[in-house]
Design a binder for this molecule. Structure first.
Ligand SMILES: Nc1ncnc2c1ncn2[C@@H]1O[C@H](COP(=O)(O)OP(=O)(O)OP(=O)(O)O)[C@@H](O)[C@H]1O
Ligand SMILES: [Mg+2]
Length: 308
């Protein structure tokens, strides 16, 4: 791989939402503040919406790391749960065990007893769901019913939903209006602008051990921000592929051409359109071609045309 070529200790643009690589993106930071304020107030039923790849799961993990000892969290990453599945998962996260024959009534009774016990210990319990847009309607509704568990003065359970924009459409349906009305705080994650993309790329490179000067040219960063639409996952994919392309060609600086070839090789990016009627400049067929030639030592001369 390209680690040695660029003087890196580890891969800078891996796709796993790793909180150690988290860059302080303003909008995500605001979302975290909304979450912390809402949950500390004790009345939280919070919704965080973000397009695919904008950092919801990373934010979810950051939240889990930021809630202090006075919080007990039940994290459900698997959204395909029936209402009973949600209750069982919650019970499991609360450390409750059941006989296989336990009925629903007994399950709810044990959950509410456990929540009341945690409340007496001064704990706030938060149920966190990632990918909530994939949750069956009845399971979303069951969240609301769970938040009905309360003492005379406060809720026993708070809920955080992380979901793609479809979640808003689902919550907009008439049969879910009661659930929608319960939502006390919400926040929408936005994509990154050009300056943030630059800071993001440079931060991740530094964390991965890069010590040199500017690795990406300003034009490369312009193109990267444009092609990725500022979506962190796409920024990672394009940056990784452009490093591969540069490595394959023996280049030490990432220019626009490297980003462009990465974008041509990546789904869901924008800005790559070959003018109609014109043939590709060479037999180049994406990064894999560059790399296989470099690694296989075939030595084809590659022409990169900056004009299209
Ligand atoms: N602030 C950030 N700092 C560093 N990396 C980030 C940041 N935000 C997002 N990423 C990275 O972007 C990628 C996508 O993030 P994540 O998986 O959290 O998105 P998502 O919104 O949950 O996507 P999906 O809708 O597909 O579930 C991950 O590699 C993640 O580490
Ligand atoms: Mg996710």
């Amino acid at each position: 791989m390209y680690l040695e070529h660029f003087g890196l200790r580890e891969l800078p643009f891996q796709l796993t939402p790793n909180t150690a690589f988290r860059y302080a993106v303003q909008n995500q930071h605001e979302a975290l503040n909304v979450l912390l304020v809402a949950l500390r107030s004790g009345e939280g039923f919070v919704k965080i919406i973000g397009e695919v790849g904008t950092g919801k799961t990373l934010l979810c993990r950051t939240l889990l790391n930021n809630l202090g000892d006075d919080f007990v969290t039940a994290y459900i990453p698997d959204p395909c749960l029936s209402p009973m599945g949600v209750r069982l998962a919650l019970a499991d996260e609360l450390g409750l065990t059941f006989d296989s024959g336990a009925g629903e009534h007994q399950l709810m009774k044990r959950i509410s007893e456990r929540l009341a016990e945690l409340k007496r210990q001064g704990k706030k319990v938060v149920l966190i769901l990632d990918e909530a847009q994939a949750l069956p309607r009845e399971s979303l509704e069951s969240m609301r019913l769970l938040t009905n568990l309360e003492t005379e003065t406060s809720k026993l359970l708070q809920v955080v939903l992380f979901g793609q924009p479809e979640l808003d459409e689902i919550l907009g349906e008439p049969d879910l209006r009661q659930t929608r009305q319960r939502i006390t705080f919400s926040h929408r994650l936005s994509s990154m602008d050009r300056e943030t993309v630059e800071g993001y790329v440079s931060y991740r490179l530094t964390l991965a051990g890069y010590k040199g000067g500017d690795l990406f040219t300003p034009r490369a960063l312009n193109y990267l921000a444009h092609a990725s639409r500022g979506i962190p996952r796409l920024v990672n994919i394009l940056s990784h592929k452009s490093l591969m392309a540069a490595y394959g060609r023996g280049d030490h600086i990432i220019g626009r051409k490297h980003i462009r070839s990465a974008a041509a090789d990546t789904e869901d990016t924008q800005g790559w359109r070959r003018p109609s009627g014109r043939k590709p400049a060479t037999s180049f067929s994406g990064i894999r071609g560059v790399l296989s030639r470099a690694l296989g030592g075939i030595g084809t001369t590659q022409r990169w045309d900056e004009t299209h």
